[in-house]
Design a protein around this ligand. Structure first.
Ligand code: SF4
Ligand SMILES: [Zn+2]
Length: 124
């Protein structure tokens, strides 16, 4: 990991979670910027950060996931691409700073350069 593409719903990525066993509360009642900073000490070097973020988007989780807090993920949800997900054809796509595109509808993700093509795109 990170892979060219993955499904966030396949939770095998959780075995590589940097925060596994951490005593820090990643889902506090109140999220703060200092709390997010603290979470990022685990998330920034985490090998499954993109998978984690995709999972949180797919399941509308609250708390610190993939180096983001709940408010940041809500904002990310507005930054949609006009292209469609090649798996479910949803247009609810999110681009991460690390170069992944994540489908909010089905949790599929791929790197920007490896997006599987829709049949009509492949024909063109
Ligand atoms: S990105 Fe952060 S919250 Fe997600 S698995 Fe890694 S360390 Fe844990
Ligand atoms: Zn999709």
């Amino acid at each position: 990991m990170p892979q060219d593409s993955f499904r966030a719903a396949d939770v095998g990525w959780q075995r590589e979670a940097n925060c596994d066993g951490a005593s820090f509360d990643f889902a506090p009642d109140v999220e703060t910027s200092s709390g997010l900073d603290a979470a990022r000490t685990w998330c920034d070097p985490c090998p499954v950060r993109a998978e984690c973020l995709a999972y949180a988007l797919l399941y509308r989780m609250s708390g610190y996931w993939g180096g983001t807090d709940t408010a940041e993920r809500r904002l990310l949800g507005y930054a949609r691409e006009r292209v469609r997900c090649p798996v479910c054809r949803s247009k609810a796509l999110i681009k991460t700073p690390e170069g992944h595109e994540i489908c909010q509808a089905c949790g599929m993700s791929w790197t920007s350069t490896s997006r599987p093509r829709l049949p009509e795109e492949a024909a063109g």
